[in-house]
Design a protein around this ligand. Structure first.
Ligand code: SF4
Length: 361
């Protein structure tokens, strides 16, 4: 390894090197500079001597020969170890010291830790933010295995939206190289690195609601008719239903159209959402049909507590809290026994609330 990064340095010196505090130049006779030393008129042998074991040189080699050179991946890996995007002149010793202890960051529900390997190489580990030191974890080392882990939640249910905050727990990847790390992250959260990087560079190509709907064809064309003149409250309802932090870790950047922003908060996620996703489009198709139904007046006889229980039940389902309510929590609106009591008391044999038919005879 030593000769590999030193050979690379000598080979590249004639082009001039300036990266993270290291400056090397020359061809036959060399200069070598770091914040701590300034050496000139070095022979190749002397350059090789001073370069061997220098953290500035191993760091340069890692970032130029061992990391993916695609801009977005490179920038993501810099973020992971909290290194500035632009090469810096500060001491690399501080960064290596931090890496020795491990530098940890999060990406959605992923926790990523980078540590220093031999000769400046980095090793990455990946786990779920909710798992701690005491958690029992299954170990993985192939990034492709992330695809399978991303498929189901902890209850074994299929996750149609990869950025929903329902990623299963109980796993860890360790000893990943930089390329394998970005691949694994891509399996967990597809395209998030690219879109984050585009946003960082001010070129995230956002496709707003109206543009995206205009592109729909076939069964989804029904959604394109869902435009009720001036108001865009229907789209607000879709965003409120699907795109808030409790439902999706992406930060919604798309709006109603270029001129009209939605009032619903887009969320605080680290990676942006550039257009309505297929889940939202498919939900909007259903919502469009529901919204087109005319309203009807019904008369139900309920006690005040029953009315409040129905409201609480809807709220608990919408917020995904039903699973947390224990059988003993009889005071909770969505408690199973309490709900069964409401059903026994207010449903008729055809499961109609208070015996009121949905359609008039
Ligand atoms: S459209 Fe909404 S739900 Fe879909 S990925 Fe974007 S923010 Fe998430």
């Amino acid at each position: 390894m030593t000769s590999e990064y030193v050979d690379a340095l000598v080979e590249t010196a004639s082009d001039g090197i300036s990266f993270d505090g290291l400056r090397v130049a020359g061809d036959g006779e060399y200069t070598f500079e770091t914040p701590a030393v300034e050496l000139t008129e070095l022979s190749e042998a002397a350059l090789r001597d001073v370069a061997a074991g220098s953290p500035y040189v191993t760091n340069w080699y890692f970032w130029h020969a061992q990391t993916p050179q695609k801009d977005d991946r490179w920038a993501f890996l810099r973020r992971v170890e909290d290194a500035p995007l632009e090469s810096e002149t500060d001491s690399i010793h501080d960064r290596y010291e931090a890496l020795d202890d491990g530098v940890t960051t999060t990406w959605g529900q992923l926790e990523i830790t980078v540590t220093l390997g031999t000769a400046g190489q980095r090793e990455y580990s990946l786990s779920h933010v909710a798992d701690g030191a005491d958690s029992e974890l299954h170990s993985y080392d192939e990034s492709l295995q992330a695809r399978e882990l991303a498929r189901l939640d902890d209850d074994g249910r299929y996750r149609p939206l990869k950025t929903a905050p329902t990623l299963g727990t109980g796993w860890e990847f360790s000893g990943l190289g930089p390329e394998a790390l970005v691949e694994a992250v891509g399996f967990f959260y597809p395209a998030t690195i690219t879109n984050w990087h585009r946003e960082q560079n001010g070129n995230l190509d956002v496709s707003h609601w109206t543009e995206t709907m205009e592109r729909q064809s076939g069964i989804y064309q029904v959604v394109t008719t869902w435009d009720r003149g001036e108001g865009h409250e229907h789209v607000e309802w879709v965003a409120e239903s699907c795109c808030t932090d409790s439902q999706c870790l992406k930060r919604r950047e798309w709006q109603y159209d270029e001129e009209r922003e939605l009032e619903t908060h887009g969320g605080d996620g680290v990676f942006p959402c550039r257009e309505p996703c297929s889940l939202v489009i498919s939900a909007a198709r259903k919502f469009t049909k529901l919204d087109a139904e005319p309203t009807h007046s019904y008369e139900f006889e309920l006690t005040p507590s029953e009315k409040e229980q129905l409201e609480g039940l809807i709220d608990a389902v919408a917020e995904g809290r039903v699973g947390e309510i224990r059988e003993a929590d009889i005071g909770k609106d969505a408690n199973r026994y309490r709900t069964r009591f409401l059903r026994a008391r207010r449903f008729d044999e055809d499961s109609q609330l208070c015996g009121v038919p949905t359609e008039e005879e």
